[in-house]
Design a protein around this ligand. Structure first.
Ligand code: COA
Length: 382
């Protein structure tokens, strides 16, 4: 029997700290009018000191787990798409895996710029359809506010923080992720780059003084690239799914710039009501932008079972990606039962305590082994 990969749960998180264009205009040489006209962005959510990529990813994941009605132990794999991971290593996905108590799951981070979530979804769907796994959690999470140069008005006004998550599950019922397109062009890598802090230019006083640890972007070139690939990738994925462009019920593009979205929509001949846009509220949240938009679209009732949904992203790399989804999930109507909320909280508390327990055990084990080794070394040969 052929296997299909259905989206059965979704969740999102955005910091409550909102920074408007006028707030930015008080700190840098910009105006609300310029930002709105050139980008469509009105505000963005910016992480507070207590928030970071992992904390936001965990909260989005918990919401997705809850509305998918799965237990963390059922999850086979956790993929976190991000360009702003918690650390260079370990992977943010491992921090999520531990915090949600997905004890059976593998975990890895995926770095494909703002296309990361769609890359993750396509990879997860392939693994499910191929029979490798049954249940996969895919997250897009970013704290780009920690990587933008707040003195560079050409980039800092564009980005925001947040996380979005989806749970995919195997089924023999047709539907779910029906086709995907993944693309890359590394020759354009320098158009959108954080040049410092990696193996080529390790972090040090020089990289910091020359501000190499911040995002650098050639906005015009990225713009030209984005308008071209958004439409191209969408056309290919729709063809691979066996649909025509007029069968797209909802188009959810990467939320970077309203003008880029308009240009893609024009080329695809999509009416505004078939396009989901929320970048005015979030700015560009990179790999988190598409899953946050997907959540908002579903929660707003814009996606119904049987609908054809196209997700398309582009970003650093350069990369682009698209997925054609035949939506099958019924929006959870009833509020979550209080018992389930309590059970969920207890589960995460227990996962946290267990992680602390394992850490303590590892340290005690190392100390005990040292003592035993020392005693053995001092024991005379018989
Ligand atoms: N406020 C006011 N003026 C600004 C500004 C800001 N925040 N940022 C740039 N400007 C100025 C520039 O200095 C320039 O001034 P000058 O003509 O005196 O030199 C002028 O506005 C025009 O700059 P330009 O870069 O040509 O603007 P643009 O129309 O290309 O718009 C972007 C800039 C960044 C909005 C646009 O190029 C873009 O959206 N590119 C794609 C970026 C993207 O999506 N990146 C993420 C990919 S995942």
């Amino acid at each position: 029997m052929p296997r299909y990969a259905h989206i059965i749960g979704w969740g999102k998180y955005a910091p409550s700290n909102v920074v408007t264009n006028d707030d930015l205009a008080k700190k840098i040489d910009t105006t609300d009018e310029w930002i709105r006209e050139r980008t469509g962005i009105a505000q963005r959510h910016i992480a507070t000191e207590k928030e970071s990529t992992a904390t936001m990813a965990i909260l989005a994941a918990r919401q997705a787990i809850e509305n998918a009605n799965v237990r963390p132990l059922e999850i086979d794999l956790v993929i976190v798409a991000t360009v702003s991971p918690e650390y260079p290593f370990p992977a943010t996905a491992c921090l999520v895996q531990s915090a949600i108590g997905a004890e059976r799951a593998g975990a890895f981070d995926l770095e494909a710029g703002c296309s990361g979530f769609v890359y993750g979804l396509a990879s997860a769907a392939g693994m499910i359809r191929g029979g490798m796994y049954d249940t996969i959690l895919v997250i897009g999470a970013e704290t780009l506010s920690r990587f933008v140069d707040w003195k560079d008005r050409a980039t800092c006004v564009l980005f925001g923080d947040g996380a979005g998550a989806a749970i995919l599950r195997a089924s023999e019922e047709p539907g779910g992720v029906m086709a995907s397109v993944l693309g890359s062009d590394g020759s354009g890598g320098e158009l959108l780059i954080v040049p410092g802090g990696g193996a080529k230019h390790p972090a040090g006083p020089d990289t910091v003084l020359s501000r190499m640890h911040y995002v650098r972007m050639n906005g015009r070139e990225v713009y030209r690239f984005a308008t071209r690939v958004m439409a191209e990738a969408s056309k290919i994925v729709v063809e691979r799914a066996g649909w025509s462009l007029d069968q797209i019920d909802l188009f959810i593009p990467h939320q970077a710039n309203a003008r880029i979205i308009d240009s893609a929509a024009k080329s695809l001949k999509l009416a505004p009501e078939r396009i989901f846009v929320n970048l005015q509220d979030y700015g560009n949240t990179s790999a988190a932008s598409i899953p946050i938009a997907l959540c908002e679209a579903v929660d707003a009732g814009k996606v119904a079972p049987g609908n054809h949904v196209v997700l398309v992203g582009f970003g650093a790399g350069l990369t682009w990606a698209a997925c054609a989804i035949e939506w099958t999930a019924v929006k959870p109507g009833a509020p979550t039962l209080p018992q389930r909320v309590v059970a969920g909280r207890l589960r995460y508390l227990w996962a946290g305590l267990k992680a602390i327990g394992w850490r303590l055990l590892r340290r005690t084990d190392a100390a005990a082994s040292k003592v035993i080794d020392a005693v053995e070394r001092k024991t005379p040969e018989e």
